[in-house]
Write a protein that binds this ligand. Structure first.
Ligand code: NI
Length: 161
């Protein structure tokens, strides 16, 4: 287990499309374990493999709730409903946060680290986290869809992100 370096938004790697995982092997498990360490160290809510320089369709979400850490390999959004606006930040875009629109509820089909398929449905913050992380796998950052950036005052007040 190790902490990996998180790329920031000027790095062109973050704009590339990640490839699906085909081997659910030790290398994948090490990547997932390292991503979990990196996310914990950075105190973030989610992390995608391209953020640590690996262009594979792998992401993790940990909202600090009872669901714990969710590992998504080759995730696909299979349904999305509703609309929400909420604050979002990204470990690759330090020092800013913004209001972004996302679906209120999404269902994601993915594989776990052993290659078993599962589906998970997220609402509210979890739906937003799934969308944000899956966007990273398509080379997209939330800064492309900002409704408005938060002021420093609003950021200092904290919130749900
Ligand atoms: Ni992000």
């Amino acid at each position: 287990m190790a902490i990996r370096n998180i790329l920031t938004s000027e790095d062109p790697v973050l704009r590339k499309t990640s490839r699906p995982v085909t081997n659910f092997d030790k290398r994948l498990h090490i990547l997932l374990d390292d991503m979990a360490d990196t996310l914990r160290e950075a105190a973030g809510a989610g992390l995608a493999a391209p953020q640590v320089g690996v262009l594979r369709r792998v992401c993790i979400v940990d909202l600090g709730d009872d669901d714990g850490l969710t590992e998504l390999v080759n995730p696909e959004i299979v349904s999305a409903e509703g609309r929400q606006e909420g604050r979002e930040g990204c470990l690759s875009v330090p020092g800013v946060a913004a209001v972004v629109a996302r679906p209120e509820r999404v269902t994601v089909r993915a594989r776990d680290r052993r290659g078993n398929e599962f589906t998970t449905t997220g609402e509210g913050l979890r739906a937003r986290a799934y969308c944000h992380e899956i966007d990273h796998l398509d080379g997209k950052l939330y800064t492309e869809d900002v409704i408005r950036y938060l002021t420093e005052e609003e950021m200092a007040e904290g919130g749900e992100e």
